[in-house]
Design a protein around this ligand. Structure first.
Ligand code: BGC
Length: 846
């Protein structure tokens, strides 16, 4: 089938098939009946953009169910929920005519400061893999494709466009690629999205080792590699490396380079054809997936003509599911018995998030919700009696003495204060990283003032990532909702009022301060990011170093308590099966997340203190006991041997730890491995010594660990051909925009771009209070923070043709003061070959 069509395609049509058009579509070839595909974001709901030019404003998107974000879902420790959420999102995709969902994001949380952590599952690859796999299976079970992203080692937003992640092979394999490997092998996603950044000196979009050697040859991926929007560095190099589809496309320069390279032989026909074949297979998969979904379900079902089904999804059911997930994912982090509220207390509610709940993040994942249930609405529906004081404003970081005083005065008449607070979208978003881990002063100071009244204070926290909690000791209770989706208010009310018991646990460690993170010495210091901590990420580092945390990985309370007993271990085939009896020792029903970690007692190479190998969630009535069974493959105990270039299961004794969190080990048992191998230590002595414990700084031997001789210099993200002595390096297509201010013309260009966005921001500030205003504020703010770090190349590549390549080149030339070259590029007239959809049927046959 693919071969049959392939033979009939012209070179121009092949090039067109491998790029996007109108931002969210691929090109069709009408004369051969090849349809276009519709791709949309994103992980927690369908973001179907209304118009081609539509951006990130909610009004530009079709309404859809806004489910809890991935950070939230992972806190449920129940991958079944990710599966069901995937199914529901796919149903909405089918109704909206969407073929491929740009989700899930399974990057590892390296630092709590990464602005996009809310879109990712965990710091742990096993958790990320479990949720990623379940989600992809859920979506694809309905015939919609998933595009798993962002491949790979994309742990910073500030430098995502130009940055270079320098990472050693073992950390790459054990931490950063592991979830991708697992999802690719177990869920078979239709597509993988390569990230913007470089990995060890080569942009992901042209990284042959990553896209072909590892992804396809080692893992057997047979789908399409899609660029992140604007990630193309060199289109032909990209194809040679195994990157198939250029999105959002519309960059004529890229299509032309494919055509020219194919004609000159630089791009061998078989390489081009392999990509086209993969693209045709994707189209076929989507077409047959939709046809399967359209199969009439009963004898009276109407005839289908093969077109996509347009049956309406049950949005009411999806809202209920969104609420259930939010309820199961919230994490109770502290409770002195104040929660659940018993209903008799005089309640003071403080914080604008009570009526303007933050339920999702900002950036490409922004969903226009079908509706929002705020905590206020949920309280009112239940007839809860309370006094409400705003206390602070969400989109204004300044303190407001009048609001603060009113809240403090109102505390006089209250027994319990419930404070709704958290991070705002101006602090946490795609496109930029957080500069610190604090909440806004307007919230922290107000909390301190309320605590000083001596009343009980319950904090209900909405944030996609951990925050500093300097007032923690004074709190009576802390309920962390993460970013709970559009029904989060309903979930919060049910949990606060005891209609449901919290059962979420943290899927990431919660450090006291950002300085405690194991990557802190080189996080966002510049475009070269040295992943000097190697495999010591999250609890793998904290537990080894004995770092004092606010909350450990896997931590969470309930309204009841659980006991663990009778741990037993047996081997079955290559699997290890651990059983234990878990009992509900309290008077309320609840669910416990049981975690199983493995520890290598003595081994050839440095290892984290322990690593998660399995987990299970068990629901228990008061007094009930259930036997849980946790199974894992022995290869989970192996490590990546850099000398042998493969995983090695080391013989010897391992300790298995059954735990309620990474810091709460309840039962242990020994496991002796005898069918593995004697590994031997592949590291030079100085590396073995430096990494015996997580390094606090970049060790001098980091170069030996990664294989780069000099990691302070190597590899540079923007090797500038024109480096001259005693002069600033030239501006290039890769230079971050903010550096264009170095020259007069560059400044003119930069200021012009920034001024126009700031104008939009100002306009948004003046809009009447509404969801639309909030989303415009956050999205223009997102651009203000993100653009200074973009390069002209990524601007051009993501512009859908609005910024043609020769104009981008002209800007660089002009900014460097080469007027004649710049102007001649600017005036260059190129006559693009029309796209297949623009040609009359039959006319382009070749
Ligand atoms: C994001 C992707 C997203 C794409 C399309 C990019 O900026 O990194 O995650 O899918 O935009 O919106």
């Amino acid at each position: 089938m693919e071969n049959h069509i392939l033979g009939r395609l012209t070179l121009e049509e092949k090039a067109a098939l491998l790029e996007g058009t109108d931002a969210w579509y691929t090109n069709s070839v009408p004369r051969l009946g090849i349809p276009r595909l519709h791709l949309t974001d994103g992980p927690h709901g369908v973001r179907k953009v209304r118009s081609a030019g539509g951006g990130f404003s909610v009004s530009a998107n079709e309404p859809a169910t806004a489910f809890p974000t991935s950070a939230t879902v992972a806190s449920s420790w129940n991958p079944e929920l990710a599966f069901r959420m995937g199914e529901a999102i796919a149903e909405e995709c089918l109704a909206a005519g969407v073929d491929v969902l740009l989700a899930p994001g399974i990057n590892i949380k390296r630092s709590p400061l990464c602005g996009r952590n809310f879109e990712y599952y965990s710091e742990d690859p096993l958790v990320s893999a479990a949720f990623g796999t379940a989600f992809v299976r859920g979506v694809q079970s309905k015939g919609v494709g998933c595009c798993v992203k962002h491949f790979a080692v994309n742990s910073s937003e500030n430098f995502r466009f130009v940055g270079n992640s320098v990472v050693d092979e073992r950390a790459l394999r054990e931490i950063y690629l592991r979830a991708f490997e697992s999802v690719v092998k177990n869920a078979k996603p239709y597509a993988v999205m390569c990230s913007y950044n470089q990995i060890n000196g080569t942009f992901a979009s042209r990284n042959r080792r990553l896209l072909t050697d590892i992804l396809r040859n080692e893992w057997g991926f047979d789908g399409v590699v899609i660029t992140d929007w604007g990630a193309t560095s060199d289109r032909v190099e990209g194809l040679l490396a195994g990157c198939d589809l250029d999105m959002p496309g519309g960059v004529w320069h890229n299509r032309k380079s494919i055509i020219e390279a194919a004609r000159s032989g630089r791009l061998p026909a078989e390489v081009l054809d392999a990509s086209v074949r993969r693209m045709l297979r994707l189209i076929e998969r989507c077409r047959s997936g939709k046809a399967r979904a359209a199969v009439p379900k009963g004898p009276d079902a109407p005839e289908q003509d093969g077109a996509a089904p347009k049956s309406q999804p049950d949005l009411e059911k999806h809202a209920e599911l969104a609420c259930k997930i939010a309820r199961e994912s919230a994490v109770l982090l502290k409770n002195d018995g104040t929660l659940p509220l018993h209903g008799g207390e005089r309640l003071l509610v403080v914080g604008e998030m009570f009526e303007k709940m933050r339920f999702q993040g900002a950036g490409s994942s922004l969903v226009q919700p079908t509706r929002v249930i705020t905590p206020k609405e949920a309280f009112d529906r239940r007839g809860v009696t309370y006094v409400y004081e705003k206390g602070y404003r969400c989109f204004d970081p300044r303190r407001d003495a009048r609001l603060e005083q009113a809240a403090v005065r109102a505390a006089d008449g209250a027994d319990t204060i419930v404070f709704f607070g958290g991070l705002t979208d101006l602090e946490e978003s795609e496109g930029f990283d957080r500069e610190h881990m604090r909440l806004g002063d307007n919230q922290t100071e107000l909390l301190n003032m309320l605590l000083a009244t001596g009343k009980k204070v319950v904090l209900v926290l909405f944030a996609g990532a951990p925050v500093e909690l300097p007032f923690f000791d004074g709190l009576s209770a802390l309920l962390y909702m993460v970013l709970p989706g559009m029904c989060g208010g309903e979930a919060a009310a049910a949990l606060l009022l005891g209609e449901a018991a919290p059962s979420g646990k943290l899927a990431e460690s919660w450090p006291m301060r950002p300085e405690d993170a194991s990557c802190h010495a080189d996080y966002n210091r510049g475009p070269v990011a040295r992943y000097y901590e190697s495999v010591y990420v999250g609890y793998r580092a904290y537990d080894k170093a004995g770092t004092k945390l606010r909350f450990p990985f896997g931590y969470g309370l309930s309204y009841t308590t659980f006991q663990y007993a009778n741990m037993a271990v047996r081997e079955e085939g290559g699997k290890v099966v651990v059983t234990a009896d878990i009992s509900n020792a309290g008077r309320r029903s609840g669910a416990e997340v049981v975690q199983l970690y493995a520890r290598r007692l003595s081994g050839a190479v440095f290892r984290p203190d322990k690593e998660l190998v399995a987990f299970a969630k068990v629901s228990l009535q008061p007094g009930e006991t259930k036997k849980v069974e946790l199974t894992f493959d022995k290869k989970e105990l192996s490590f990546w041997h850099v000398g042998l270039g493969r995983r090695v299961l080391e013989n010897g004794v391992y300790e298995l730890l059954l735990a309620a969190s990474a810091a709460d080990i309840r039962l242990t048992a020994e496991l002796r491995i005898t069918d593995g191998e004697e590994a031997g230590n592949p590291y030079p002595p100085e590396v073995a010594e430096a990494y015996a414990m997580p390094p606090r700084d970049i060790p001098p031997c980091f170069g030996r660990l990664t294989g780069y001789a000099d990691t302070s210099e190597t590899p540079s993200p923007a090797p500038s051909p024109g480096r001259r002595k005693n002069r600033k390096p030239e501006l290039t297509m890769e230079t971050p925009l903010r550096e264009f201010r170095r020259t007069w013309t560059g400044r003119l260009f930069y200021n012009g771009v920034m001024r126009s966005i700031r104008r939009e921001y100002e306009k948004a500030l003046k809009m009447p209070d509404s969801l639309e205003r909030d989303s415009r504020i956050k999205n223009t703010h997102f651009l203000i923070r993100m653009l200074p770090f973009e390069s002209i190349r990524t601007m051009c590549m993501s512009s859908s043709g609005a910024l043609p390549y020769h104009v981008a080149e002209a800007v660089v030339e002009l900014a460097n003061g080469r007027w004649i070259k710049g102007l001649s590029l600017l005036l260059k007239k190129d006559k693009p070959i029309p796209l297949p959809k623009e040609t009359a049927p039959g006319s382009a046959d070749g």
